[in-house]
Design a protein around this ligand. Sequence first.
Ligand SMILES: NC(=O)c1ccc[n+]([C@@H]2O[C@H](COP(=O)([O-])OP(=O)(O)OC[C@H]3O[C@@H](n4cnc5c(N)ncnc54)[C@H](OP(=O)(O)O)[C@@H]3O)[C@@H](O)[C@H]2O)c1
Length: 280
Amino acid sequence: MEHDIADPLAAGQRKRVVVTGAGGQLGRALLESFPGARGLTRADWDVTFPPPGGLAADLVLHAAAWTDVDGAESDPQGAAAVNVGGVQHAAELGVPLVTWSSDYVFDGTKREPYVESDGPSPLGAYGRTKLHGEGAAGELARVVRTSWLFGPTSKNFLLTMLRLGAERDEVAVVDDQRGSPTYVGHLADSTHQVLELPPGVYHVAAAGDCTWADFAEAIFEDAGLATRVRRISSAEFGAPAPRPAYSVLRSEKGAPELPHWREGLHECLRRLGAAASSPG
Ligand SMILES: NC(=O)c1ccc[n+]([C@@H]2O[C@H](COP(=O)([O-])OP(=O)(O)OC[C@H]3O[C@@H](n4cnc5c(N)ncnc54)[C@H](OP(=O)(O)O)[C@@H]3O)[C@@H](O)[C@H]2O)c1
């Protein structure tokens, strides 16, 4: 197989891998998937500033990001400082870079999966910052667009549903947005394959798709919770930021294919010791 010579991993050299956003859900999963990598939290490097002097890296896995979609509407400049400025600073290290972007760069008017050649048209401030961040990533970057991340740590929909499910008989969940909930463990592991592809933009998300309400029902079912899901519209939910009604991502460029979201859910619940069938 032909490898990008700019990628020292492909050349089989020992390399210093740096993971930013190391306290986030993807950052933690990357540290598991790349044993020996050096994880940097915000305290180590606030990415709105240039990289700390003397930071040695052969590969940067840039998982630091502003991910508060609603918060970006009220502070777009703060979001841009992290999602555009942060990516630019990571690129300044001048080594191969992987950075993650979002399905929210699309407006959701399509009704079949978005591929890499589809034109982005973000609906909200978060999506705009992620799109501009893609542009700031530079020529050595692999930009991985992904969707609806969940994992055993940090803040995410799965952990919110487990908490609400333990407290309530019924939870109201949006049923008019469709996407692919992606397990961070699967996404992190796929980065090894992404590194074998040339720099560029790639779509990497779980197989299958569903609405948030479908996802919530699957979570309750697999966690053995009796909580009911009341299906509501985005308008009824009333989140400050608009979100695409449809944002399923697939690759037309040979990006890695991930397991089905339901498999990711099983794996994550097992990990949390929360699966209905789990002995733990
Ligand atoms: N979450 C999703 O559903 C989703 C969907 C599509 C794409 N993505 C993209 O996937 C990537 C990973 O997301 P994630 O879900 O792992 O996010 P996450 O759990 O929110 O983690 C983001 C991390 O970035 C750190 N961070 C924020 N501002 C920083 C700064 N100025 N300097 C240094 N670190 C900073 C945060 O630290 P603090 O804890 O200190 O704030 C946090 O540890 C992001 O690029 C995101 O845009 C996410």
